[in-house]
Design a protein around this ligand. Structure first.
Ligand code: KG4
Ligand code: ZN
Length: 333
């Protein structure tokens, strides 16, 4: 019955969770509001905000799970990928605590954790399972053979899907993070109104830099004829952009599912909170007779519960980390 404290600090969320024997008992998140006024995450500010939040967030996670530090069997932290200064705060905290309590340390890959968020609650996918992980920094098609045996079979060659959402939102004058705002306006618009191009890239890879340029050109043209173009057509623009991003994501998702003959598919990462994507993936599953898995909303965007479930499987496998486990900004799994 391992009791594990997990810490997530890879970007702009300071989070801690407690998991006991594979059951998440607490999941606390402090979102750093400071970045909104800058239109994106400012790394130096993120590190400082983690420093301020980490102790109260960990204390709250322990309290909510009704465990004390002495009950812990291991301490886990996000090792990579992420902002290096932010990762260092979580890593240093976790290492110090593991040393003080004389319990083992577990180093977790954040992208692997997004995939394993599917195993926090029932129903859980059966293996092999194909997961489309879409976040602010990554777009990955992951073939999952077992909890700790996964392979990236497709990835973006440039921007991530979340970046496409966020950058479009910025061009439209919407606040950061833009994904949820586009999602909201898209509900009132027509996704077929403005057809944007879909990048045709070989294999199972993606590209989202072209759509960004296409939207920029489209907006400049629109504003030339009508300075209030964006204000007048916001729902249709958001719906059309979202429709294009979803269509792009699904093309390769379908191809990969066919190529690897999987019956279980799912989405993960911040962009999987998108209502249009959730609906489209459900529809795809029904159409093709595939079992579809989508984590609860709170486990899609960055959180420590997903770090905790990954730590649980690492613990079970005896894959502990040493105090020399260095955080890394980029690290494939
Ligand atoms: O996984 P995540 O929380 O952090 C990273 O690891 O990057 O993902 C954040 C990304 C942001 O780009 C944000 O705009 C996007 O997820 N996002 C959404 C929605 N909610 C969050 N994108 C589209 N629709 C949403 N509802
Ligand atoms: Zn993430």
């Amino acid at each position: 019955m391992p009791t594990i404290l997990a810490i997530e600090s890879s970007c702009d969320e300071t989070a801690a969770a407690v998991i006991i024997d594979g059951q998440v008992r607490s999941n606390i998140i402090a979102t750093q509001e400071i970045h909104a006024k800058y239109g994106g995450v400012v790394p130096e500010m993120a590190s400082r905000a983690h420093m301020e939040a980490i102790v109260p967030v960990v204390m709250e996670a322990l309290q909510a799970a009704a465990v004390s530090k002495q009950d812990l069997d291991a301490v886990a932290f996000t090792q990579s990928p992420g902002l290096i200064g932010s990762l260092l705060v979580g890593a240093t905290f976790a290492k110090s605590l593991s040393l003080a309590l004389q319990v083992p340390l577990l180093a977790v890959n954040h992208m692997q954790a997004h995939v394993l968020a599917h195993f926090i609650e029932d129903p859980k996918p059966a293996f092999p399972f194909l997961c489309l992980t879409v976040s602010g920094g990554h777009t990955q098609l992951v073939l999952v053979r077992d909890y700790l045996d996964m392979e990236i079979v497709g990835t973006t060659l440039d921007d991530a899907a979340g970046e496409a959402f966020d950058k479009t939102a910025k061009m439209l004058g919407l606040p950061y993070p833009g994904g949820p705002m586009i999602d909201r306006y898209a509900k009132e618009g027509d996704g077929g109104k403005y057809p944007f191009p879909i990048a045709q890239i070989g294999d199972l890879n993606y590209s989202f830099s072209g759509i960004k340029t296409a939207i920029l050109n489209f907006l400049q043209k629109g504003k030339k004829t009508n300075p209030d173009f964006v204000a007048h057509h916001l729902p249709d623009i958001c719906a059309s952009v979202q429709h294009t991003i979803i269509k792009t994501l699904l093309q390769k998702f379908i191809r990969a599912a066919e190529q690897y003959g999987v019956q279980n598919i799912g989405i993960a990462g911040g962009v999987s909170a998108n209502s249009g994507l959730r609906q489209a993936v459900q529809a795809l599953g029904q159409e093709r007779g595939l079992a579809v898995f989508i984590p609860s909303f709170e486990y899609c965007t960055d959180n420590a519960a997903m770090i905790a479930i990954t730590a649980h499987y690492l613990y079970e496998a005896g894959r502990f980390a040493g105090l020399d486990a260095a955080p890394s900004a980029r690290a494939p799994f």
